[in-house]
Design a protein around this ligand. Sequence first.
Ligand SMILES: *[C@@H]1O[C@H](CO)[C@@H](O)[C@H](O)[C@H]1NC(C)=O
Ligand SMILES: *[C@@H]1O[C@H](CO)[C@@H](O)[C@H](O)[C@H]1NC(C)=O
Ligand SMILES: *[C@@H]1O[C@H](CO)[C@@H](O)[C@H](O)[C@H]1NC(C)=O
Ligand SMILES: *[C@@H]1O[C@H](CO)[C@@H](O)[C@H](O)[C@H]1NC(C)=O
Length: 625
Amino acid sequence: MLFSAFLLSLAFGRVFAEADNDDDLMSFVTLPKLRALKFDIAYHDREAVAPGYWFVAPYGIIDPEVPTKQWKPCQVGPYIYDADGILVWAGSCMFDNRNVFDFKAANNIDGESHLSFILQRQYQDDGTDKGYGYVLDQHYEQQYKVGVVNDLSAFNMHEFNVLDGGKSALACLYKSQNTDLSALGRPEEDSWIVAGGLLELDTKTGEILFEWSSFNNVLVNESVKVHTDSPASGHPGWDYIHVNSADKNSVGDYLLSGRFASTVYYISKEGEIVWRLGGKLSDFDMDFTFSKQHHARFVESNGTHHLISIMNNASDEGENEEDVSSALYVQIDTTASPMTATVAKRINRPDGGLTRLRGNVQALPNGNTFVGWSERGYQSEHDPDGKLLMEAKFASTRFSSYRSYKYPFTGRPKTPPDVVSSVYGTDETDLTTIFHVSWNGATDIASWKFYARSADDGVPVPIGNTTKTDFETMYIAGGYLNWVSVEAVDKDGNVLGTSEVHQTQTPSNWRLAGFQSESQPQPDNPSITYSTKEEEEEEEKEEDMEDMDMEMDTDSQVDPEEAAKAVVKAYEMVRGVGGFLIFLLVACSLGGLLAGIYYHLRRRRARAYYEVPSDEAERQPMAST
Ligand SMILES: *[C@@H]1O[C@H](CO)[C@@H](O)[C@H](O)[C@H]1NC(C)=O
Ligand SMILES: *[C@@H]1O[C@H](CO)[C@@H](O)[C@H](O)[C@H]1NC(C)=O
Ligand SMILES: *[C@@H]1O[C@H](CO)[C@@H](O)[C@H](O)[C@H]1NC(C)=O
Ligand SMILES: *[C@@H]1O[C@H](CO)[C@@H](O)[C@H](O)[C@H]1NC(C)=O
């Protein structure tokens, strides 16, 4: 309750603040076009939440927006966050800031992570881009893109339910048709209606594998929105059933939610309505009511016994008159006579509010429930007893998410990590290179390793590492490092990805930027800066080595074992071309290999240096995020 009050005060405090600033959005040096939404999060029991990432798709205006010539940052579209609200993937730039609905992980295709969502039709007069159902693979590359193949005006925004195996997906059907009004006792009149139904589509071809429409199956008098005296409608007609979800069970039958009939329909694979739950023609002996529901899903179903979940806008009349939305689990037994439907679980909206539109209920594998209450991206997670574990909502009041989900996910983008590096300083002695690094869509990054080289095709010299704590990580390194790159590393030390080599940005005018010397600074050679800094007394010995004085100093900082290994390695390299004799010949006459050994030793030394624990703050390079 305290939290609600807190949120409320935040909300009110923000109404005015938000009109003229963007504090409620994240921005990043590495992705300058992006403004991602921030979350306000309250954990009530952090230990008990299920593992997984959040899948949300913020939109500002539900209809496609009129094209504008003004530049807009990427804000609207599909996003993945971790359970601390840290951004994992922003897909808003990839899909041109267009509205996306029903964004979730589709982990039921081939054991690998996938994403599915609806890209809303584009605003345009000719109506050529009617929207699509998309499936992306874990590399964020398109696997399927399903268009509208029949005469429907748009890919309906409510559902893109990829079925197990990924060969087909369910979508909602909306179609204007003409009907006589005998169901309203006015047989001589006719009217346009928007029939609702479901489609099962082939994800590769878009071919319709199954189609069911409410036309002639659900009459207009079943609607809670149409009355006996409602005046007949012109095209497109009464949205009398308002279908908003479709699901399929293992025996091949379908579950369809008709919001404006307050009814959930069970439709056999032959296209017959087998039963109706709720509404005017309910087939059940029910001790509860629901209305204006969303997102009806099979949690378990074997054809006769079902556990279904529903997002219910209204309250249980039997229990109390409170007007609060809830997530409902309903247990259905169709073998009983009469058939029974009982509430197995009810989870009221934690802030006591109403979800007037949209929303969803997701049964998580560990028995928890994740609920998207839609407006302002409000979402909550509950334990198997319904106890509130977490609630979160967008910091911004300007956006909502049609549905919100939680899933485990592995993201491995094909694009490399993004890096921006800049050099700062007031004279040659305090030059500092600052890195910003991120990798849009990559999960499992534990740390970043930073490299510099003297030329863009030079040898990378490790200069430091740091823990990844946020979407974008900052790192500060001493010196002017001109050519840089980074590696993303997982918790086991595996390299997940490597950036391209980037050139460090410099002030456009060093003098005007406060640099005190007469001449412009020159970039450092990282192999010198980062291998010798620590032990300058070693410098001379190294110079000796450069003169091909092949002495193996055991008192140097180089581990003697490592040095011996380096020699053996070099030896093994030449063994392949003719044995130790050749090695000696080559070593004595050309000296080239000795240079190679020398280089190998230097690298060892550089590595020995950079293995400095990052918590020793006074050391350089120092890290922060
Ligand atoms: C709707 O009208 C039909 C035909 O007149 C009738 O059979 C049916 O019972 C009516 N349904 C409802 C919910 O009143
Ligand atoms: C369906 O499940 C119920 C309850 O678990 C069980 O009693 C029934 O036999 C099952 N029916 C089929 C066809 O498997
Ligand atoms: C919820 O549904 C009930 C019953 O249909 C309706 O009277 C009420 O207005 C709805 N509430 C909201 C907030 O939409
Ligand atoms: C940096 O690298 C060293 C050596 O591999 C390792 O011991 C240390 O844990 C790393 N630090 C971070 C923050 O990854």
